[in-house]
Design a protein around this ligand. Structure first.
Ligand SMILES: [Cu+2]
Length: 281
């Protein structure tokens, strides 16, 4: 199973991916998925073996009379075995974890796309950049509102670098289908990571750090399109089209399909909202 990611995926799908939403939609996600499934399988194998030993002991050495067995007996090879075996298991898990983690955190020298993720209470802004770092310029951008879920349109098969920054408090960029989330910090800390998408589609994104009253409303949608469609989308945006117009131009549904805006207009009878209308509406 370890030798072929393909069979790991079909195996995992038989068990509901052992708690994950699926095998993921990026090269990085697939590696984490394989590690996760293999670790669960390894844990189950160990678990079944240990349960077997426990039940065997319970039955084989159950109480037969009032005479106590020898209380000081031990078995040196057994003692060594059950010290060394767990250490080996942990070492193997650590080895594969370190490899996958290093790979997921790896940054390339020349990413194909750079996106600045700006989080604020309580929306997202996605800036398409002309280079890396704070000094680069924003070419065009998409910002969400209470009524429109922001779309993060990106191409498959390209190295995409995300640079995160927040205007106020700590938020967290999370696309469940990427099997990945990373905190978005205010101030000078600029969290960076890279993803190579490998499956076209639309995937919901959320803020995963409790950041205030409307934390739950901080949603976005990742739209993974082909390289050609992405180029067309970006060109349209650069020429002044809105994200929705640019989406229509490449033949895509202009509004989010994986989620919808939540109602920010609270009733005056809502708890703690007497006679006020929230979110500046
Ligand atoms: Cu947030």
């Amino acid at each position: 199973m370890l030798l072929s990611g393909c069979s790991i995926e079909s195996f995992g799908s038989k068990f509901g991916h052992f708690g994950w939403p699926g095998p993921g939609v990026s090269l990085q996600a697939h590696k984490m998925y394989d590690l996760w499934i293999a670790s669960v399988v390894a844990a189950l194998v160990v678990g079944i073996f240990v349960w077997g030993l426990i039940f065997w002991c319970v039955i084989r050495y159950r109480k037969r009379g009032d005479e106590l067995p020898v209380q000081t007996r031990f078995n040196m090879p057994m003692e060594v075995l059950y010290t060394v075996t767990p250490i080996l298991i942990v070492a193997v898990l650590f080895y594969y974890t370190a490899i996958v983690q290093t790979d997921v955190d790896k940054l390339s020298k020349n990413p194909d796309q750079v996106v600045e993720v700006v989080a604020f209470k309580w929306q997202w802004q996605f800036n398409y950049r002309d280079g890396m770092g704070k000094e680069a310029n924003t070419v065009t951008s998409t910002v969400g509102s209470a009524d429109v879920i922001p779309l993060l349109v990106l191409p498959v098969g390209e190295k995409i670098r995300f640079e995160e920054t927040s205007k106020d408090v700590i938020h967290s960029f999370w696309v469940p289908e990427l099997l990945f989330k990373r905190d978005v910090f205010p101030g000078s800390a600029r969290n960076t990571f890279e993803v190579t998408l490998d499956k076209e589609g639309r995937y919901v994104g959320r803020c995963a750090e409790l950041c205030g009253t409307y934390h739950a409303f901080m949603q976005f949608e990742l739209v993974a399109v082909s390289k050609d469609q992405f180029t067309q989308f970006l060109d349209a945006k650069k020429q002044g089209a809105t994200t929705q117009e640019a989406m229509t131009k490449i033949g895509k549904e202009p509004y989010a399909v994986t989620t919808e805006p939540l109602n920010t207009r609270r009733q005056s009878s809502s708890w703690n909202q007497s006679n006020t209308v929230a979110a500046g509406k």
